[in-house]
Design a protein around this ligand. Sequence first.
Ligand code: GLN
Length: 197
Amino acid sequence: MKIGVLALQGAFIEHQAILQKLGVETVQVRLPAQLEDLQGLIIPGGESTTIGKLARDFNLLEPLREFGRHQAVWGTCAGAIFLSKDIHRRQPLLELMDISVERNAFGRQVASFETDLDVPALCTVDPDERPYHAIFIRAPLIESVSGGARVLSALPDGRIVAARQGHWLATAFHPELTPDTRFHQYFLELAKSASTP
Ligand code: GLN
């Protein structure tokens, strides 16, 4: 199993560290050719405008879309914005997932926070059901899901913070910044099933 981490900007090293801890081979992706032989790709948090513009300038947008049509892709925070179809403003997006996202929905950097989430789907990788501690840094919200997208987790007031559509995963928070590896394990399962004919 070989998983790529889009390494244009943002927290890609942290994702690599968790994947390595799980015994998975990882590749930093900056060029279209580096997508070959990968079973999945993580798009890290950072700044979605920067990630989008660099992807456009490096001619990565179409290769990333093509990769995503067949293989698993997970966007965390800025990566979730980049993966979405609609953010009500113009910036380069992959436009794969049927989710509408509001950037910086919780306010400025000082409004960043941590909270425990209920994520029932994680029991597929660990039957010991317990809350998932999530770190939100100038985070987006998933305003709505449509098409084949499904809610994986929401805050107590119903605001959506994680969604899945087939082999695509979007989280508004940063699972690479906590020692809990369940979200990475969950993504590896998606990657396995997407790449098994
Ligand atoms: N605020 C950033 C954006 O809109 C996302 C922040 C993050 O990835 N932690 O792109």
